[in-house]
Design a protein around this ligand. Sequence first.
Ligand code: ATP
Ligand code: MG
Length: 440
Amino acid sequence: MTNDASAEKHAPQIISRAAHTVSRKDISDSALKVLYRLHKAGFQAFLVGGCVRDALVGLHPKDFDVATDATPDEVRALFSNARLIGRRFRLAHVRFGREIIEVATFRAAAISKHDDVEHDDHGRIIRDNVYGTIEEDVWRRDFTCNALYYNIADFSIWDYVGGCQDIDERKIALIGEAGQRMREDPVRMLRAVRFAAKLDFRIADDVRRAMHEHVGLLTNVPAARLFDEFMKLFQSGYAEKTYRLLSEFGLFAEMFPATAQELKANPGYQEFILAALRNTDRRIASGKSITPMFLLGVFFWQPSLRLAAEHREKEHMSEAQALSLAAYELVGAQQKRISIPKRFTIPMREMLALQPRFEITRGKRALKLLEHRRFRAAYDFMILRSEVGQSDSELADFWTDVQKLSASDRANRLQVLKKPPQHGRRRRRRRRGKSTAGSS
Ligand code: ATP
Ligand code: MG
């Protein structure tokens, strides 16, 4: 397998409908509509990428990407529900209700000798906007399993790169020279991990070597792009496995340096992280909602505790204030690697800062905690802490039970309780009277 310009002349291996397992039943009606209409208008129309791969391994494709020789303007002319997007490369989004079918015009390989390909000093591609043929389009794709084209004309699969065989062998293999492909786009290291975890494939040896060698290049990737990747890595239902692979390659430390540093100083922290990842995977498997701020909170928790303690040694502040400040500072440093939107970092800091409040089990402050808009997340977080022995299980039970009470019973329980469970914390001045309800 090679990816120099001569490879563009390669003929594909064509796998007829009878010889593969992708059925039209696997393909959404909307995607079929787009494919058929392009085909009827005389254009080439293929499904490509993750949807073909997933259908071949027996997973349900979650979205459908179409590749065609029609230009974006030609696509827009065919579909009234199409919108052109993208600056770096123009694509058509054809919308059917909530489903969007992405239609991309074949693009030339970024690594062939086109003038329009720009690299940065490390070989990373920063621009590659040249239209091409399918023979060219295939070489710019990352892994062989992602470079299979399902042809709507006769339902065959076109395979230029041995992708079908690699899928049979359950292998994540890069198209072309692994080192070069990783330098072009270091995000591919994260993608290798993501697909290996999701598909339960092994990463080919040359890809592994390239990953070990180039792990440091991840720093050159724009932080905004890494947030999207972070979401996909940890919210696809394979978070634990993904984390283990990321750690193995040193990629996790590149993404979350403060977390990795804390893990070195305090290896026991890993148990907490693993418990949270398992919890996330379990929630996804059972169709429950998840929010990235929870895992982010887990990644920042132990570093925040350490930093908060340092703050409190130097300055007089409450545990909650110190935690909130520490998390704020850590998030600020983190933005250089992964830019996390405020809509996640703000609630995350609140969730962390609420943790000490669970130790107060009576009085108005306890009642107010129950009514706090971040109570649910903070409670789940506290439960997780108690599962790994980080917080008192009696305390966890207390908060679990109190939620089940009616409003009036709650008030009673919180005020009547004679003695809060023993947790070895100093009481704070706040407890002096009932007139401090306004503080929070
Ligand atoms: P999933 O949708 O399950 O995350 P996918 O393979 O469809 O997986 P997308 O990010 O949707 O991934 O990309 C669609 C296709 O575009 C890929 O299958 C691959 O062929 C190509 N592609 C995406 N990102 C890259 C990249 N960084 N380098 C090269 N090719 C890529
Ligand atoms: Mg996709």
